[in-house]
Each structure stands twice: as C-alpha cells, then as structure tokens.
Design a protein around this ligand. Sequence first.
Ligand code: SF4
Ligand code: FES
Length: 255
Amino acid sequence: MDLTLHVWRQAGPGEPGRMQAYEVKGVNEHSSFLEMLDVLNQQLGERGEEPIAFDHDCREGICGSCGFLINGVAHGPLPGTTVCQLHMRHFRHGDALRLEPWRAKAFPVIRDLMVDRGAFDRVVQAGGFVSVATGSAPEANLIPVPKPLADRAFDAAACIGCGACVAQCPNGAAQLFTAAKVSHLGLLPQGQPERTARAVAMVEAMEGQGFGACSNYAECEAVCPKEISIDFIARMNRDYLKAKLKGVEKVPLGD
Ligand code: SF4
Ligand code: FES
C-alpha cells in the first residue's frame, strides 16, 4: 500500500517546527506502524536526510515509551492499542496520515515526535511508592489481599505512563495517570498507611508540573491504551478531599 505521511519535524526544544510530507510506497500491511517508520527512516538516511525521531523501546505495548498523534488521535485509530502494536493492515492504500508529537504544555518537544515526559516522573517521585524498611523478603502470603481488591489494583497498575491521556485532553490534564498511580497503591493493604499523604503529595505535585485541570471530557479514557477507567479519578479526588478535610498537608513520604 502507498501512503502520504505529513510529519511534524522540529530540530530541537524551542526550535520552530513544521509539517513535512513524505510519500511512502509499498508499505507491508503486516508491519507495525513503527516498523513502517523504520523503513522510511532507512530511505531518508540513504538520501542523506535526517531520520524522523520517535520514542520506542519494548514495541510490545508494555513500556510506555512510544506514542504520537495519528490524525489527531493519541496512539492512532485502534482502541486499547499503543502505536507500537498498531499494524498497517488497519490503514488503506492512499491514506494521508498526520503524525504529530503529544501536544501539551507539560510535555515539551525534544525533537520531531519525541517529547519530554519528565513531569510524570516528578509526580511519581512525590509518592508513587510504599516506604518500607528493607530486609529479607517477606513471606508471600503474609498479608492476604482480597481478590476483588487485587484485580482493581491491577487495573490501575496497568498504566504504562505513556502520556496519551494528557495529549488527548483538551486541558492537557494528567488526572488519569495520577489517579492510576495513586490508586494502584491506595487499594492494597500495603499502601494504606501512606494513603492520604500519598494522595495529597501526588495531586499537588501534578498541579505543580504545568498540567491543566480536569473538566470531565473523558478523552483520556477513550485513548488510554490500557483502557484505564476515569472511575479512578473520582477515587483519587475522594482520597484527596478526605485528606484535606482531615487537615493532612503535603509531607514527604518515607520520613
Ligand atoms: S493512564 Fe493510560 S494513557 Fe495515561 S499514561 Fe497511563 S496508560 Fe498512558
Ligand atoms: S514501545 Fe513500549 S509500549 Fe510502545
């Protein structure tokens, strides 16, 4: 199949960017979207042109490194799928596709389709962990976890930190990501002692990173490759409000 790609090219942070068109011929429908870009990059290299920069690592939908907008949709048209797991059979001969980096103030462009998602790391650093006295590994079944809670915590823990939720949100809000990280620990018995402090620390860290405010568009849920529910946002808001009503202030966890 032949495609026309309109790709955002930007040489570096703060540099002016522009869309550049590429005619891509003979795309194998069994290749993944990133493999299609690999082939294009090889051709660009042979012509002495700069390859298109994009993030990737596992290419199995588990690491969260990949992601860009395809015709305005984060990770492209297939629900519940990262762009590395999107295959070219879902497109048609003659399609014109617009590839752009995540568009969000908190994710500045590094180059072409790559953005800096360090803001997510700083939210996790504020409380996305359980403080433990390290020692020998505890007995596996020492703390029983009810199955429904384990399942629910696992649903939240499925977040791979890709940033699609922020990119698709008209407000550039990070509530779905933060709620997933707050909830996967806050649902488990091991996460209870720091539950309120964690909610306060992570929500306030999120607010300090330049993300927008959530106004319930639910675009995040629609594009999340792990199909994380916005119910977790309600849960995080409840934990945060309860903590604030009790007068819990932001405290560094682990102290
Ligand atoms: S909540 Fe979904 S879209 Fe957002 S970072 Fe996690 S996996 Fe990606
Ligand atoms: S490259 Fe790891 S999720 Fe896509």
